[in-house]
Design a protein around this ligand. Structure first.
Ligand code: TYM
Length: 333
């Protein structure tokens, strides 16, 4: 029964080309969850503009993310796929929640602190500061039960829960309190050159990340250059963070546990291990890449999907927005 399914909401912002981290930490799990939940997967273009974007890149990436969702196996017939800016309730709910959120709690967000640490007060956009409120609006408008994300988004989920609980307390039960769903493998893929940092699309050194669109020879090169250590044994240990990261990548792709992987490479060196990791990534991404290219040549199909998605998302989110407006004391039109 459709109606009884729990609700999932998640999304990715088109602020750079997507990495293997986005794929393994988010998209690959959405594909696994889509049959058991009512799912909304959105392209978060309003979040992307919290930092300056080149308009034509933003347009291209927005469609590309939609294509990536579909190419990775998210069924556009069963799930609601839409572009955030097509659903005005997100911006409106965000304002209503802004008036119920405190500077103190926003200042504690580590993502905000990281992103703003090298900027002066006069160059930090207010959007960057308010970012988590818009994210809370995204999630709460759909009465979301579960938000599948990588570890880096956990804190944003916590503030969304706090905002929802506060609203419920002040204005009576309105929102479902959402839970984060962090996948067992792949939740935090690290930079290939610096294992203390997460793999990120905004990283400057391209050897640190693998892009979903990287061709096979580039993937091979980046994995063979990935920083490891001088121990020469494939072990799943914090003392070998580079190797641990490669094991996590292989585990997220193959569904083998880290222990099974360690066993498989007993007595073998890094060369063979790395070459298998590269091959696994290539085998995983190649069919997705081909499908993305096909979809990007069929803009009218993508348009059909995002229009249909926006219609459904508009309908559901407007219901929640009206409820919020009424409870706050805004006169309905
Ligand atoms: P974004 O666009 O930075 O990342 C999208 C998703 O990819 C995951 N991710 C990773 N997972 C594992 N290892 C990595 N190295 C890695 N890098 C990124 C992220 O955890 C995320 O799940 N604020 C969100 C976008 C957003 C959103 C939402 C998400 C806006 N509204 C509502 C869920 C629900 C973000 O910036 O994700």
């Amino acid at each position: 029964m459709e109606e009884n399914k729990k609700v999932i909401f998640s999304g990715i912002k088109p602020s750079g080309d997507l990495t293997l981290g986005n794929y393994l930490g988010a998209i690959k799990n959405w594909v696994k969850l889509q049959d058991d939940y009512e799912c909304y997967f959105s392209v978060m273009n309003l979040h992307a503009i919290t930092v300056r974007q080149e308009p034509k890149d933003l347009r291209r990436r927005t469609l590309e993310i939609l294509a990536i969702y579909i190419a990775s196996g998210i069924d556009p017939e069963k799930n609601t796929l839409f572009i955030q800016s097509h659903v005005p309730a997100h911006s409106e709910a965000s304002w209503l929640l802004t008036c119920n959120t405190y500077m103190g709690e926003l200042s504690r967000m580590t993502q905000y602190k990281d992103k703003s640490k090298n900027m002066g007060d006069s160059s930090i956009g207010a959007g960057l500061f308010n970012y988590p409120i818009l994210m809370a609006a995204d999630i709460l408008l759909y009465n979301t039960d579960l938000v599948p994300v990588g570890t880096d988004q956990k804190q944003h989920l916590e503030i969304a829960r706090d905002i929802a609980e506060r609203f419920n307390r002040l204005y009576s039960q309105t929102f479902t309190i959402p839970d984060a769903y962090i996948p067992p493998a792949g939740a935090k893929i690290m930079d290939l050159q610096d294992s203390s940092k997460k793999m990120s699309k905004s990283e400057e050194n391209p050897n640190g990340y693998i892009l979903i669109m990287d061709p096979p020879e580039v993937i091979k090169k980046k994995i063979s250059r990935a920083v490891t250590d001088s121990l020469g044994v494939v072990n799943y240990s914090d003392d070998q963070p580079g190797v641990k990261n490669l094991i996590n990548i292989l585990s997220a792709i193959t569904n083998l546990s880290p222990e099974e992987i360690v066993k498989k490479y007993e007595g073998k060196g890094y060369a063979e291990f790395k070459s298998d990791v590269a091959e696994a990534i290539i085998n995983e991404l190649e069919p997705v890449q081909n499908k993305i290219q096909e979809l990007m040549e069929n803009k009218s199909y993508l348009e059909e999907i995002y229009r249909k998605g926006a219609e459904k998302a508009n309908y559901v989110s407007m219901k929640t927005l009206r409820k919020m407006q009424k409870k706050i004391g805004l006169i309905p039109r």
